[in-house]
Design a protein around this ligand. Structure first.
Ligand SMILES: Cc1cc2nc3c(=O)[nH]c(=O)nc-3n(C[C@H](O)[C@H](O)[C@H](O)COP(=O)(O)O)c2cc1C
Length: 197
């Protein structure tokens, strides 16, 4: 049975269009999947603490308390074999809520390590990952896109390389534009989710 983790990084939380789409896709394409939903957009994760920063950059791994939330989020991620990230574009890149999740999940000696050549090596298993990106702009290419290369790079650092992006553009252009974007992303993703990457 597929265990899916469905994450929202929108200020609209689970009401965001891309989250609703992801939820529908999972129930249409993988009706037997066990789905865990998390809203880290409207209920943002806390900022990093001084203790957490020291645990990541100091000589030892710090106290269990300092890394407790990070550990919880990594365990949640490890438990899924299908990851769905629903995010808006904010100022050409990931929203702060998603950056916060990344800072908790990408942890040295836990989700990645560094070899003698200073290369970062992922410690998590790869897993199918879909990123549903919602933007005000009409389509890719109209403005700089720092979200796609950044998210691809940072997920690969922890070992997640099987990533497919779907773009819901022109989301500020009214109901018709939103319906078109949702329908297009539904077509793109339904086959991929049913059949694997
Ligand atoms: C703070 C902020 C910054 C944004 N920056 C961009 C941007 O750089 N490019 C873009 O295409 N849309 C941008 N948008 C528009 C959102 O990406 C778009 O409205 C998206 O559909 C919002 O998704 P949501 O409903 O899940 O929040 C921005 C919106 C906000 C609130």
């Amino acid at each position: 049975m597929t265990r899916a983790l469905l994450l929202s990084f929108s200020p609209h939380g689970k009401s965001a269009q891309n989250f609703q789409l992801a939820r529908n896709l999972l129930s249409d394409c993988l009706p037997d999947a066990q789905v865990s939903e998390r809203d880290y957009g409207s209920q943002a994760l806390p900022p990093l603490t001084c203790e957490y920063a020291c645990a990541l950059t100091g000589a030892d791994d710090g106290s269990e308390d300092a890394t407790a939330l990070s550990e919880q989020l990594i365990v949640e991620l490890e438990a899924c074999d299908l990851l769905v990230i629903c995010t808006p574009v904010h100022n050409f890149t990931v929203p702060a809520a998603l950056k916060g999740w990344i800072d908790h999940v990408v942890r040295i000696h836990r989700s990645f390590t560094v070899n003698e050549r200073f290369e970062k090596i992922g410690l998590l298993d790869d897993r199918r990952t879909f990123v549903l990106v919602s933007s005000g702009n009409a389509r890719k290419g109209h403005e700089p896109d720092f979200l796609t290369p950044y998210l691809s790079a940072i997920l690969s650092i922890v070992g997640i390389r099987s990533v497919e992006f779907a773009y819901l553009g022109a989301m500020v252009r009214g109901e018709e534009a939103v319906s078109q974007a949702v329908a297009q992303a539904h077509r793109q993703l339904s086959e991929a989710i049913s059949s694997g990457l």
